[in-house]
Write a protein that binds this ligand. Structure first.
Ligand SMILES: Cc1cc2nc3c(=O)[nH]c(=O)nc-3n(C[C@H](O)[C@H](O)[C@H](O)COP(=O)(O)OP(=O)(O)OC[C@H]3O[C@@H](n4cnc5c(N)ncnc54)[C@H](O)[C@@H]3O)c2cc1C
Length: 339
């Protein structure tokens, strides 16, 4: 904070004294409830505010971190040295229909019609899914109950593994902003979506909004399908606990075949459980006994406890299976990688 005092003062004067939070505890914004303070935090609720804050930080050479729902993060106990921009944009707009006119004659919209919704990246996935179900728009029902924002979902290509569905499946195009402030409109192909991957992980570009291509469905039937997704989620995932979801990415199909896992499962949870991590605790953090790929903050945990568990999990799985697990959870701020 001290070294950057002048730069920070300039940033605060550009963004507004009453809009920038200083030394803001990030644990309050993370589903893990872990992490030290952000030197500075700015909550952006419009595209203009997002653009302005990104450009201002870039021109002053201040590092930024874009936070959506904070549901896939492990934030360092030392916090983040720079500006955390919390994306709170939340617009949903119906921008078009191919094969019918939704407003003039709803009955003309058939299963083959395509519905285009433009949504801000800051909107909660769950809120958007509920909206589409209520409107009778089909495509996002596999994501009912999915925590986090559309921006975070685009970054990792959020998945419903049991149904083999990815958020990228329904993306049509998007508007993104480079760290320099340049805005681009891009088609879906730009993202190179695959399991747990989008190009954003390499480019650090930030999603402003996304156009989803959906189809017409029957509201009651869509809700039924989505409810079964929710039930499956509540049976298979721990709930009512502080966590950041799955800790590790699943292994590749070729590794699963080589290791002859049961039914060739690629599940990192299976490997962790077989390596004896289920219920293993360090400090206030623990591998869940419900779903071993979840690490739970039991209370009084530090981010460094979680990192030690991560390192232990990698070591045990490598020793037993000869494969290296990779984090799905995003590490934010500085960590001593040896735990
Ligand atoms: C209980 C629980 C269950 C979960 N279940 C699932 C599941 O079923 N499937 C699944 O895929 N995930 C799951 N997750 C993980 C998490 O919800 C997803 O990864 C989610 O997409 C993260 O979104 P977020 O907005 O919270 O992102 P954050 O945690 O805020 O950020 C994650 C990454 O996305 C980046 N990011 C955020 N917004 C933007 C943006 N606008 N532009 C560019 N980059 C951005 C951040 O900089 C960061 O690198 C679960 C998590 C929890 C806690």
């Amino acid at each position: 904070m001290k070294n950057n005092k002048r730069k920070y003062e300039k940033l605060i004067s550009r963004l507004g004294l009453n809009r920038v939070l200083i030394d803001e505890p990030l644990a309050n914004y993370s589903s893990f409830r872990l992490g030290g303070p952000a030197d500075l935090m700015y909550k952006a609720s419009t595209h203009i505010e997002l653009e302005r804050s990104i450009q201002a930080a870039y021109s002053l050479g201040i590092p930024i971190f874009i936070m959506g729902g904070g549901t896939n993060l492990l934030i360092s106990d030392q916090g983040f040295k720079g500006l955390v921009i919390k994306n709170e944009t939340s617009r949903i707009q119906l921008i078009g229909v191919r094969g019918g006119n939704l407003l003039k004659n709803k009955d003309k919209i058939t299963e083959n019609s395509k519905i285009y919704l433009e949504v801000d990246a800051g909107i909660g996935v769950n809120r958007l899914v509920r909206y589409t179900l209520d409107q009778g728009f089909s495509g996002l029902e596999p994501f009912l109950g999915q925590p986090g924002s559309i921006g975070g979902a685009m970054w990792i290509n959020a998945h419903n593994m049991s149904m083999g569905k990815y958020i990228g499946n329904t993306v049509y195009s998007a508007k993104i902003i480079e760290l320099t402030g340049k805005i681009k409109k891009i088609p879906k192909s730009y993202f190179h979506f695959s399991y747990d991957f989008s190009i954003l992980q390499n480019t650090s570009e930030i999603v402003l909004s996304v156009i989803f291509e959906l189809s017409r469905g029957v509201k009651e039937k869509l809700w039924q399908e989505a409810q079964s997704v929710l039930e499956y989620r509540s049976q298979t995932q721990p709930h009512g606990v502080y966590s950041s979801g799955c800790t590790f990415r699943n292994i590749s199909k070729s590794d699963a075949i080589r290791l002859a896992t049961p039914k060739y499962t690629t599940s990192a949870g299976y490997l962790l459980e077989s390596a004896g991590l289920k219920g293993k605790s360090i400090g206030g953090a623990m591998y869940s006994s419900h779903h071993t790929n979840f690490i739970i903050h039991k209370g009084e945990a530090k981010a460094s406890d979680v990192l030690q568990l991560i390192n232990l999990g990698k070591k045990k799985v490598r020793e037993k299976f000869g494969v290296m697990l990779h984090e799905e959870v995003v590490l934010v701020g500085e960590f001593n990688k040896n735990g």
